[in-house]
Design a protein around this ligand. Structure first.
Ligand code: F6P
Length: 526
C-alpha cells in the first residue's frame, strides 16, 4: 500500500513552506529577482509556458519536484508509455500515447504491436474516407466521443474543407439531433456514430433516430466507431463500416483514434497526422525532459500546489482565441472525470483534496463576465491564459489587441493596483478600498506562434499529462469514471416510470416519487 500523502516528509515540508510564503507578494518576488520572468519559463513542442507569475519560489519548485520523485512520477510515466495496466480499477492500459506514435515505432502489449494496429486503422480510415462523397457529416457521440472531435473541429476550422458541413450531436434532448439535421439531405449526409461501448443511451437513441432519418436514400451513409467492430451489430452496421478505437483508449483521450474520424474527413489525412505528430512531440518531451523543464509535470505540480496547499477549489482556462471556445468544455471532462476521485488506486481514502473544478471561457469575453471575481473576489483560482502570436486568419492589428489583453490580464492578476497608486492617481479616499486589486493572483501564460494542428495536438497532450501528473501525486486512478454509472442506472429505471400507464408502485425516496408524479401530471397537461 502506498504511503499516505499526509505522512510524506516532503508533503509536510510543503505545508510549512506554504506558511512561509504567506507574506510574500509577486511584486516583491519580481523586484528581488529581475530575471524571474525569463528564468521561470519552459518550452517544448512549440509551446512556451511562463510560470513566473505563480506563488512559488525556487524552494517551492524543488520541493514539488522532490514530491514528484517520491511519488514515483518517473516510474508511473514509464508504466504509462509501456502499456502497463495503469487503469487499475478496470485492469487496462491507457494507451492514448500509442495513438500518436509514428509507424516506425513498435509497442508490444500482451503480444500485440499496438502501434502497428493503430497505423492499420489509420490506413482503414484513409480508405473509408476516400469513399465518402457526401457533403455533410453528422458526428453522434457524447463525452469523449463528442467533446474532443467537436473541440478540435472548431479549433482548426480554418484548416477544414469548406465544402463539407460538419455537425456534432451529443445530448439525448431531441432538439440536439433536430438542429444538427436541419437543412441536410439524407442522401448527401454521412452519419458517424462514435461510442466506445456502443451502448451509451444518448448516442444509441440519437443514432437510431438518425438512421430512421437516413432511410433508404442514405442506408449506406452510416459509419460506426467502437472498441470492437462487432459492436456495430447494435445498429446493423457491417464490420467494413466500423472503425476501431480499442478498449485501451479512454473516452476522454480518444480524439486521436478513429473517434476523430469526422476530423479526419474535414481536416484531411495530412492535417490529422500533424495533430498526432504535435501530441507525440509533447509526449516525447514529457517522458524525457527533466522535471524542472517539463511542461506537463510543472503544470500538474502547480495544480497540486494550489489545490492542496492554497485550498484552490477551481482552475480557470482562458484561451485568447475564439477558435478554442470549446477547449474549456473539453478540458472539463479530461480534468474532472479523471481526477474527481476520493480513494487511491488501493481503495484507501486519499485524505487530501484531489481534482479542482475546471471552468473557463474565451478571452476577451471572459474578462467582461467572470474576471471581476478573479481580480477582487475572495476565492483563489489559478488561471491558464492561452494565446498565439499570429492569427490563423483575419486582421493582424486586431489580433495584437487580443494578445495585449492576455498579457494585461496576467500582469493585472499578479501585481494588481495598490492603495498608494490609486492615491497618487487622485482617486477619492472613500472609493479606494473598492478600487484596490490586491494582485498575487496566480496565472500561467501558454504562448505559441500559431494555432495549427501540431500546436493544438501538443497543447491537448500537455493537459493530458498534467492531469496524469496530478493523479500520480494523489495516488488515484485517473483513467476510470465509476462515479457516472449510478446516474445512468437510475435514469434507466426512472424512464418507464414517467409514463402515466406505469402500474407499479414508485419505490424511490419521497422527493423523487413526488417529482415523478408531478412530471407525469405536467407531461399530460393535467
Ligand atoms: O459516462 C461517461 C463516459 O463513459 C465517458 O467517459 C465517455 O467519454 C462517454 O461516457 C461516452 O462513452 P461511449 O464512447 O462508450 O459512448
Amino acid at each position: 500500500m502506498a504511503e499516505p500523502l499526509r505522512e510524506n516528509a516532503v508533503w509536510r515540508r510543503l505545508e510549512w513552506h506554504r506558511a512561509e510564503l504567506e507574506t510574500e507578494t509577486l511584486r516583491d518576488l519580481f523586484a528581488a529577482d529581475p530575471a524571474r520572468g525569463e528564468r521561470m519559463a519552459a518550452e517544448a513542442a512549440g509551446l512556451c509556458l511562463d510560470y513566473s507569475k505563480h506563488l512559488v519560489v525556487d524552494d517551492t519548485l524543488s520541493l514539488l519536484r522532490r514530491l514528484a520523485t517520491e511519488r514515483g512520477l518517473e516510474e508511473r510515466t514509464r508504466a504509462l508509455f509501456a502499456g502497463e495496466r495503469v487503469n487499475v480499477t478496470e485492469g487496462r492500459a491507457a494507451l492514448h500515447v500509442a495513438l500518436r506514435m509514428p509507424a516506425s515505432r513498435s509497442l508490444v502489449v500482451d503480444g500485440t504491436d499496438v502501434v502497428a494496429e493503430v497505423h492499420e486503422e489509420l490506413t482503414r480510415m484513409t480508405a473509408l474516407a476516400a469513399g465518402v462523397r457526401t457533403r455533410a457529416v453528422v458526428n453522434i457521440g457524447i463525452g469523449g466521443s463528442d467533446l474532443g472531435p467537436a473541440m478540435v473541429y472548431e479549433a482548426l476550422r480554418a484548416y477544414a474543407d469548406p465544402e463539407l458541413t460538419v455537425r456534432f450531436v451529443s445530448n439525448v434532448d431531441p432538439v440536439d439531433l433536430d438542429h444538427a439535421l436541419e437543412g441536410l439531405d439524407p442522401a448527401d449526409t454521412l452519419v458517424v456514430v462514435v461510442s466506445k461501448t456502443f451502448t451509451t443511451l444518448e448516442t444509441m437513441e440519437n443514432a437510431k433516430r438518425a438512421q430512421a432519418w437516413l432511410g433508404d436514400a442514405g442506408a449506406d451513409n452510416l459509419v460506426g466507431v467502437a472498441a470492437s467492430p462487432e459492436r456495430g451489430e447494435a445498429l446493423g452496421i457491417p464490420p467494413e463500416r466500423m472503425l476501431r478505437m480499442w478498449d485501451w483508449v479512454g473516452g476522454r483521450t480518444s480524439l486521436w483514434s478513429a473517434a476523430g474520424f469526422s476530423l479526419f474527413l474535414s481536416l484531411g489525412e495530412e492535417r490529422f497526422r500533424e495533430l498526432l505528430a504535435g501530441a507525440h512531440a509533447l509526449d516525447e518531451h514529457f517522458r524525457s525532459a527533466p522535471l524542472g523543464a517539463n511542461l506537463p509535470a510543472l503544470h500538474g505540480l502547480l495544480a497540486v500546489w494550489y489545490r492542496d496547499f492554497w485550498d484552490a477549489q477551481t482552475t480557470a482556462v482562458v484561451p485568447y482565441s475564439t477558435a478554442l471556445r470549446l477547449l474549456p468544455a473539453y478540458l472539463q471532462q479530461l480534468w474532472m472525470e479523471s481526477n474527481g476521485k476520493r480513494v487511491t488506486g488501493d481503495g484507501e481514502p486519499v485524505e487530501v483534496d484531489t481534482g479542482s473544478v475546471l471552468w473557463g471561457g474565451v478571452g476577451t469575453n471572459a474578462q467582461h463576465a467572470t474576471f471581476q471575481l478573479l481580480h477582487q473576489g475572495t476565492a483563489l483560482a489559478p488561471v491558464d491564459l492561452i494565446g498565439f502570436a499570429q492569427p490563423v486568419a483575419g486582421d493582424g492589428a486586431q489580433h495584437d489587441l487580443l494578445a495585449a489583453n492576455l498579457l494585461a490580464q496576467a500582469e493585472a492578476l499578479a501585481f494588481g493596483r495598490i492603495e498608494e497608486e490609486l492615491r497618487t492617481a487622485g482617486v477619492a479616499e472613500e472609493v479606494i478600498p473598492h478600487r484596490v486589486l490586491p494582485g498575487n493572483r496566480p496565472s500561467s501564460v501558454l504562448l505559441a506562434q500559431r494555432l495549427d494542428p501540431a500546436t493544438l495536438g501538443a497543447l491537448v497532450a500537455l493537459y493530458e499529462h498534467s492531469v496524469f501528473t496530478q493523479a500520480v501525486i494523489w495516488g488515484i486512478d485517473p483513467f476510470d469514471q465509476w462515479g457516472v454509472e449510478l446516474g445512468k442506472e437510475l435514469a434507466a429505471r426512472i424512464a418507464p416510470e414517467l409514463h402515466s400507464d406505469w402500474k407499479h408502485e414508485l419505490l424511490h425516496d419521497s422527493s423523487t416519487n413526488a417529482l415523478v408524479r408531478r412530471y407525469r401530471r405536467l407531461r399530460d397537461g393535467r
